[in-house]
Design a protein around this ligand. Structure first.
Ligand code: FAD
Ligand code: NAP
Length: 523
């Protein structure tokens, strides 16, 4: 069937060959490459012969279009006129003809399940198969028993890259009741946590991104009809099922979910997925120290986003007509002193502790942001993995200035959820006493939790300072970073100005700590 991975396209005139997938490829005529096909689809030519109309296709109607010069194929409930595509198909005409006038979904899945036919054949879309009522799956019935259910039979395929990703077989489905639209994404990933699911619905465009290791799966469609602002996301962690529940604006029956966007239904490396931003409202700005403020940003009601521990987001502002982006690491509204329960996060707010520099263009613009103003906030990024802490017995946090920010959630996580931890020590470098962030809270925490200890080190103290003075050095580190026992498992996290972090890492290595025992927070 439609085996059209771009990397597998033969050069015009090449002989039949077998691609990595094992499928035979045929030589394509000159002028029939992928780029030629894309050009044709963008030419405005009527490729369906229906003058832009979409029709509902019955099985009988589909069966009539079974010849090369008039060939319709159904894939996942959508019917395409593939006649104009015949000569461009790398698998050859005969391959396509196997599904002529029928439902080719299975054949397609056997070959290249991940190929994004929806975008490849967008201009060939004839319409949908006439919907046959199908009984809703049991689990759906139980959650929405009082509402009328209908499954529309639209289950999409995906663009999957990478061997491990293939095995995951991600897919999505959707169904509706009188008042709700539910999109279900099956990741088949065990222990799928809320942090791995990012959903936005803006201007009737739904975007759901699921992070699976270093890959990202995306569902992105312009919805067929209007929905209300708030949405709900239910995650069944054990089986990796995600339900996105939207409220219809009007109680009308939707014929389709909507128009797929270009990257809809793709599973690609996370790093290849562009950063997505949503506008967040500044709800408060409170003083932390003389130059540092806690910004509380409210996510839109139509956003589901939890920034994972150790990760940062990007803020975007237009400064003097230029778009400027800077990273910031979300913290908690305060240090929870009772580290018994995982700290409650409402999921509606993001807290950022930001130092305002008198000659820093970005932070000066932030300083001028008023409560009620909006700012663009990206999806999270970062390579810290909680599992690094989960197996540790001794955790050392080396922070300089606002390098303290990733340590906040890390402290919370470590003291709340990591039972094997014996010691957690924060070594906090600042210029002066006035620069120490959340000093009182840290001291109170040290009094409350026997496992936690904090050490303040000042590089420019006043004469009154009774504590430690200095800068990061081998001798300071050998004094404060010590294993609680000879073989205890250690993790040392370090964050601050780049030279501070780089020097720190080098000193630690010189002291005999391995690469695996050190995590440096960088951009
Ligand atoms: P900049 O123009 O970057 O200047 C900042 C200061 O450095 C000023 O005093 C300026 O005079 C000085 N400076 C600039 N360039 C030079 C130079 N070449 N040589 C010497 N001095 C120079 N910051 C926070 O406050 N909170 C956070 O949570 C946070 N998280 C971060 C997460 C990551 C992953 C990274 C990489 C950085 C993070 N930062 C954080 C820093 C933040 O991204 C900005 O760099 C910071 O806010 C300064 O931006 P600015 O444009 O206002 O100032
Ligand atoms: P700061 O107040 O200027 O400095 C904090 C402490 O670090 C001071 O004791 C300072 O000593 C020392 N220090 C500064 N530069 C040093 C260097 N080159 N070598 C050794 N020690 C040094 O710090 P800040 O203004 O808050 O800046 C915090 C930095 O952390 C920013 O660069 C920010 O980008 C970074 N940050 C990174 C992340 C991340 O995830 N990657 C997150 C948050 C913040 P002196 O008296 O010698 O200056």
């Amino acid at each position: 069937m439609l085996n059209v991975p771009p990397q597998a396209f033969p050069a015009p005139g090449s002989q039949q060959r077998v691609a990595a997938s094992g499928r035979a490829k045929v030589p394509l005529k000159p002028g029939r490459s992928l780029m030629d096909w894309i050009r044709l689809t963008k030419s405005g030519k009527d490729l369906t012969g229906l003058k832009g109309r979409l029709v509902e296709v019955t099985e009988d109607e589909l069966a009539k279009h079974n010849k090369k010069e008039d060939c319709w194929i159904c894939i996942r409930g959508f019917v395409y006129n593939v006649t104009p595509y015949m000569e461009y198909h790398p698998g050859g005409e005969d391959e396509l003809m196997k599904a002529a006038g029928t439902d080719g979904t299975d054949l397609f899945d056997q070959v290249h399940r991940w190929v994004n036919y929806e975008s490849m054949l967008k201009e060939c879309l004839v319409g949908r198969m006439a919907v046959k009522p199908i009984a809703a799956p049991k689990e759906i019935s139980s959650t929405l028993s009082e509402e009328k259910k209908q499954l529309n039979g639209m289950l999409s395929e995906k663009g999957v890259l990478g061997a491990s990703a293939k095995d995951l077989m991600l897919s999505y489905d959707w169904f509706q009741t009188d008042s709700l639209i539910t999109i279900v994404i099956y990741t088949k990933k065990k222990d799928l946590s809320a942090e791995l699911v990012i959903v936005d619905c803006q201007d009737n465009r739904l975007r759901g991104e699921i992070i699976i290791d270093d890959h990202s799966y995306l569902v992105e469609v312009d919805l067929y009809h209007a929905v209300q602002e708030d949405l709900a996301v239910n995650i069944t962690e054990k089986i990796g099922k995600v339900e996105i529940i939207l409220k219809k604006n009007d109680n009308i029956h939707w014929k389709m979910l909507g128009q797929p966007m270009e990257n809809h239904n793709t599973f690609i490396k996370r790093t290849d997925r562009g950063l997505f931003y949503r506008k967040c409202k500044l709800v408060s700005k409170t003083e932390v120290t003389h130059d540092t403020k806690l910004f509380c940003l409210m996510l839109p009601k139509s956003t589901h986003l939890h920034v994972p521990t150790g990760q940062h987001v990007y803020l975007k502002q237009i400064i003097a007509g230029t778009e400027v982006v800077k990273p910031y690491t979300p913290v908690l509204p305060f240090l929870p002193l009772d580290f018994k329960e995982p700290s409650c996060r409402d999921g509606a707010h993001i807290y950022l502790m930001i130092k305002i520099y008198s000659c820093g263009p970005f932070t000066q613009a932030l300083e001028h942001l008023q409560v009620g103003d909006y700012i663009s906030v990206s999806n999270p990024e970062g390579n810290f993995k909680k599992s690094q802490v989960q197996t540790s017995e001794d955790l050392f946090l080396l922070a300089a200035g606002t390098g303290f920010t990733p340590m906040v959630k890390l402290l919370d996580f470590a003291l709340t959820e990591v039972s094997c931890l014996r010691t957690v020590k924060l070594i906090f470098f600042n210029k002066t006493e006035d620069d120490i962030l959340w000093r009182n809270q840290l001291e109170q925490l040290a009094l409350k939790d026997k496992r936690f200890e904090v050490k303040f080190i000042l590089s420019q103290p006043t004469k009154d300072w009774m504590g430690k003075e200095g800068k990061i050095s081998s001798s300071l580190l050998s004094e404060f970073v010590k294993r609680s026992s000879k073989y205890s498992k250690v993790l040392i996290c370090i964050c601050g100005p780049t030279p501070f972090t780089e020097q720190g890492v080098q000193y630690l290595k010189d002291l005999g700590y391995s690469q695996e025992e050190i995590h440096a927070f960088t951009a």
